[in-house]
Design a protein around this ligand. Structure first.
Ligand code: PEP
Length: 257
């Protein structure tokens, strides 16, 4: 059985005061959750990581960053390393989010470098994959996903792969209010799992968690989670409010696979 994982990507929202308020509220509301079966991760902006880490330290909620650089230190103005994220209290890091690919020229190659650095420093990477609208309309979804897997996972062995979480996020569904239908999500999740099977074998492929991301809301989480290959969600907009994120987490935790 794969443990459900729900992560909240706060993007470039929440100053320190607001981040403290939100994480305190989530900790309060989620303290009764069965964390044995459901993993919850909050990914605030860099500036709020240390404060949120302090709040989460006496809880079972994990802390993640939204990005990192692959070098440990150096003259890389504006960048933040895996070591710095660990120092700030992170256990997770999102890698290759489509907004980073779209606005900051990240590629499968940079994803691969970041992934290796995250694993080296024992951060759990949440690696984002997904096609844009044009690619979907041109029936290129599987080709794009195949390239992202093959190139993003170069030189990642089976032992390392066990620690990786994949997030399938169709770019056309992120922040647009358009969710992939459960059938569309399942189809790509299965494709990802089958591709992992070809590289790493069935046992490993069956153990990797694949989250869905793209306009996840309390209203659609149950039907997405009901799909056999959907193991959780990467939530943007709906993770910014206590009520909606708690509802998503609680509903997900009720789905047993
Ligand atoms: C995301 O930020 O990864 C995301 C899926 O955003 P949203 O839920 O707002 O579509």
């Amino acid at each position: 059985m794969r443990k459900t994982i729900i992560a909240g990507n706060w993007k470039m929202y929440k100053n320190i005061t607001e981040a403290i308020e939100l994480s305190n509220g989530l900790k309060r509301e989620l303290f009764k959750l069965d964390f044995e079966s459901t993993e919850v991760v909050l990914c605030p902006p860099f500036t709020a990581l240390a404060e949120v880490a302090e709040i989460l330290s006496e809880s079972d909620i994990g802390l993640g960053a939204q990005n990192m650089y692959w070098q440990d230190e150096g003259a890389f103005t504006g960048e933040v390393s895996a070591l710095m994220l660990k120092d700030a209290g992170c256990q997770y890091v999102i890698i290759g989010h489509s907004e980073r690919r779209q606005f900051f020229a990240e590629s499968n190659e940079t994803v691969n470098k970041k992934l290796k650095a995250a694993l080296k420093h024992e951060l759990t990477p949440i690696v984002c994959l997904g096609e844009n609208l044009q690619e979907r309309e041109l029936n290129k979804t599987f080709t794009v996903i195949q390239d992202q897997i093959k190139q993003g996972l170069i030189d990642i062995d089976a032992e390392q792969m066990q620690k990786v979480v994949i997030a399938y996020e169709p770019v056309w569904a992120i922040g647009t209010g358009k969710t992939a239908t459960p059938k569309q999500a399942q189809e790509v999740h299965k494709y990802i799992r089958d591709s992992l099977k070809k590289i790493y074998g069935d046992d490993l492929a069956q153990s990797v968690r694949i989250q869905y991301g793209g306009s996840v809301k309390p209203e659609n989480i149950l039907e997405l989670m009901a799909q056999p290959d959907v193991d959780g969600a990467l939530v943007g907009g709906a993770s910014l409010k206590i009520d909606s994120f708690v509802a998503i987490v609680t509903k997900s935790s009720e789905v047993r696979k």
